[in-house]
Write a protein that binds this ligand. Structure first.
Ligand code: GLN
Length: 496
């Protein structure tokens, strides 16, 4: 079988094939590099060929020597370009960080390396992770592999498109208000936003520190679980990193949903398009058929999620992005005129969405407005969290669509920030509450993917994996948006 077929076998399939000697890590990486370099969707910002091939040779040598291999040994994985990888450009898709090379590894990157993963590429994203469509990238929008005229979602759209287009079997993104879940829904993938604190933020370029979490993208829940197990866990370098016990997340995918209580906030579902609603109803029916019970719940404050998030996140961003002033990181624009002029000229290179967030956040935090906006938003944030606490007395997971529509056309919302922000209406409440949430495919509507979002209790990712596994079993895999094994590139040599 060719390396291309093994690359298409997913995270677990590729890892098993390397472990069994059916394909070499070098052949798999060679095939991934060929695909990543062709990249018709602008999903990739940087390909790390040499280092990845060297790492692959080390895996192959370790196997030949009979050494134990890690759970991701030989598996090519792509990283959103806001994760620091030593010796590799980390741009956050911003002119401000163009040319900046990370001097250290993020915690999740250390963990992926330790598990044997092959770090092959950095992916395109919305600038500093601010956006819902990948159109705020300074390096051009990402195209959705299901329809290149549509957005892949954002802000981790490059990671989502790379996995959907089968350039790599798995990728990492970051999720502050929906940035792994919404692109997963738009691209027909599984993604998890872990419980806040479950995954270390060390080495993730900060957007809104009380919300940011790193999460996996994959074509199945089990593949996502393998990636999640590699990156989850306590890290002393992130003060909010939790010491929570791990679980057999991969095993959970086959556990089924017998007895699971799925909470459905009916009133919220009204906000979705008819096509999305039909798929969510079908997904809920499928969970019921598999043994779950549906219960009505209410989240009375969830409707304030957009207002709260767009105060809290910009406030934190305005403070976090103050460090990009031309002195220490990336770009420094000197046009004469001293220090203040240098700051001004440098920071003028932020894109319009980033500038908007910095202005909004600075305003919300300014003396005189702090109590009226920021503090108030924090109070409503607590009410949103309490809604979930109450709901979880009656149910084990809360189900909604991940996004109100299927992937929208590129350009449709770029002139209207408010409409863009409203695409996050379903994902923001779980972010504000710090709870784990997945998006899992709920079938196609007019040929485009839809996603079911499930939110769980803090640190109960296992139940989310169980539900996603059950739904995959009921629905079967989605068709691929690209031909299987697109253009068998390099890597054939090592194939068996
Ligand atoms: N779309 C949201 C925003 O623009 C969420 C982004 C994210 O999760 N990084 O802020």
């Amino acid at each position: 079988m060719s390396a291309g077929r093994w690359l298409d076998a997913g995270v677990v399939g590729a890892a098993d094939a390397v472990a069994a000697g059916a394909v070499t890590a070098e052949a798999l990486v060679g095939e991934a590099l060929g695909r990543l370099r062709s990249d018709p969707h602008n999903a990739v910002l940087h390909v790390d060929g040499e280092a990845a091939l060297e790492a692959a040779q080390q895996v192959d040598a370790a196997r030949a020597a009979g050494e134990a291999l890690g759970p991701l040994a030989g598996v090519p994985v792509a990283l959103k370009d806001n994760l620091c990888q030593r010796g590799t450009p980390t741009t956050c898709a911003s002119r401000l960080l163009e040319g900046w090379v990370a001097p250290y590894d993020a915690h999740v990157v250390e963990r992926l390396r330790a598990a044997g993963a092959m770090l092959v590429a950095k992916t395109n994203m919305d600038e500093f992770a601010m956006g819902s469509s990948n159109e705020t990238s300074a390096f051009g929008p990402v195209k959705n592999p299901w329809d290149p005229a549509r957005a892949p979602g954002g802000s981790s759209g490059g990671s989502a498109a790379a996995v959907a287009a089968r350039l790599v079997p798995g990728a990492l993104g970051s999720d502050t208000g929906g940035s792994v879940r919404q692109p997963a829904a738009f691209c027909g993938l599984f993604a998890l936003k872990p419980t806040y604190g479950r995954v270390s933020r060390y080495g993730l370029v900060a957007f809104a520190s009380s919300l940011d979490q790193v999460g996996p993208f994959a074509r199945s829940a089990r593949d996502g679980a393998r990636l999640f197990a590699a990156i989850a866990g306590r890290d002393g370098r992130d003060a909010t990193s939790a010491d929570a016990p791990s679980a057999d997340w991969e095993g959970a995918c086959a556990r089924g949903v017998e007895g699971l209580r799925v909470g459905v906030p009916r009133a919220l579902l009204e906000g979705a398009s008819a096509g999305v609603r039909a798929r969510i109803d079908a997904a809920l029916e499928a969970l019921k058929d598999a043994g779950a019970t549906l219960v009505d719940v209410t989240l009375p404050h969830a409707k304030h999620g957009v207002s709260v998030y767009y105060l809290v996140a910009p406030a934190e961003a305005s403070s976090n992005l103050a460090r990009f002033d031309g002195v220490r990181y990336g770009l420094r624009v000197e046009e004469g005129g001293g220090l203040d002029a240098m700051y001004e000229a440098t920071r003028a290179r932020f894109g319009p969405e980033v500038k908007r967030r910095i202005l909004l956040g600075t305003y919300a935090l300014s003396a005189g407005y702090y109590d009226a906006y920021y503090l108030r938003a924090q109070k409503v944030r607590t009410l949103i969290r309490r809604d979930y606490d109450a709901a979880f007395e009656a149910c084990d997971v809360v189900a909604t669509p991940t996004a109100p529509t299927v992937a929208f056309p590129l350009g449709e919302r770029t002139d209207d920030p408010l409409t863009m922000y409203l695409s996050d209406v379903y994902t923001l409440p779980a972010s504000l509450a710090g709870l784990p949430a997945i998006s899992t495919p709920a079938g196609l509507s007019e040929g485009l993917p839809t996603g079911l979002q499930l939110v769980g209790r803090a640190f109960d990712e296992a139940t989310l994996f169980a539900a996603a596994g059950a739904l995959e079993k009921a629905f079967g895999p989605l068709p691929s948006p690209v031909p299987a094994g697109p253009g068998e590139h390099a890597g054939e040599e090592g194939a068996s």
